[in-house]
Design a protein around this ligand. Sequence first.
Ligand SMILES: C[S@@+](CC[C@H](N)C(=O)[O-])C[C@H]1O[C@@H](n2cnc3c(N)ncnc32)[C@H](O)[C@@H]1O
Length: 270
Amino acid sequence: MSQMLDFDDNAARAMEAMYLTPDVVGQRAKVIEMLAPAPGEHVLDIGVGPGLLAYDMARMVGEGGRLAGLDASAAMLKVARTRLAALPQAECIQGDATELRFPDESFDIAVSTQVHEYVADMGKALKELHRVVKPGGRALILDTDWRSVVWHSSDQARMDRVLLCWDDHLADPHLPATLGAGMRKAGFGMLRVEIVPMLSPQWQPVSYAAGIMKSIRGYAMANGERHGLSGEEVQAWYDDQLRLAERGEFFFSVNRYAFLGVRQAAVEGP
Ligand SMILES: C[S@@+](CC[C@H](N)C(=O)[O-])C[C@H]1O[C@@H](n2cnc3c(N)ncnc32)[C@H](O)[C@@H]1O
C-alpha cells in the first residue's frame, strides 16, 4: 500500500534546497533544451513545485507569452508564487493533474517533472494533458524509475528493504517503463526520450544524493514498520552511508527519464 508524501511547508523547503543542487540544475537545462520554449509561447507547468523550472521558462517566453503553474499543494504554491512574483506573464493556481481547469488547446507546451509518479490515475492525467495542449504542441514528462538505483551499502539486504519502503512514497515508482506507451496511447507522437541521471560517484554534502538520503530517512522512520524496519535500523542505514562517505567509498546513482511528445490530432484506440 502506498503512503504518499505530504507536500507541506517542511517538504517544500527541503525540496527547494534539493532542487537547487547541480544534478537538478542540470536536469532543468536538459528539459529546457528539449522543449526549446520560444518568446510568446504559452506554457503549463503541472506540479510546479518551488517554481524553479517555471521561472526559467517564464523568462524565455517573455511578457508576450504565458506561464501557468499548477500544483495540488498550497505550501508549494506559496514558494512558487514568491519566486514568480516579478514576472507578469506567470500565474500559479491550485489544482490536480487529473483535472486541468483550462480550456481545450490552451498551451503550446505542457511540462511536468517529478509529478506523475505521484498520480494514481495516469490514464485520466494523460487525457487531460492531451486536451489542454494545442495540436502540434509539445508535452514533456520526466519521472524517476527507482529500479534504476545503484547505491553502495555495507548491508545490501537492509538497503533493499529501505528502498522497498521508499517505493511506497509514490503511486508508481517505475512509471518511466510504461510512460512512453501511455503518452502514445493518449495521442502524443514521441519525439525524444532521454535519461537524466542523478549521479554522486563520491560524497558531496550539497547534492541530490545527500538531500534524498535525508528524505528517505524521514520517510522510512515514519513508515518503515510495514516493511519490518525499526527506527534503529533506519538510522543504522543512514549512519552507514556517512561512514562510507568518510572512507571515500560512497556511490549513488538513479535515473530519471524525460519523454518529449508532440500532440497529434486523434487519440489511438478505445
Ligand atoms: C517532487 S515535486 C516536483 C516539483 C517540480 N515539478 C520540480 O521538478 O521542481 C512534486 C510536485 O508535484 C505536486 N503534485 C503531486 N501530485 C500532484 C497532483 N495530482 N496534481 C498536481 N500536483 C501534484 C506536489 O505538490 C509537488 O509540488
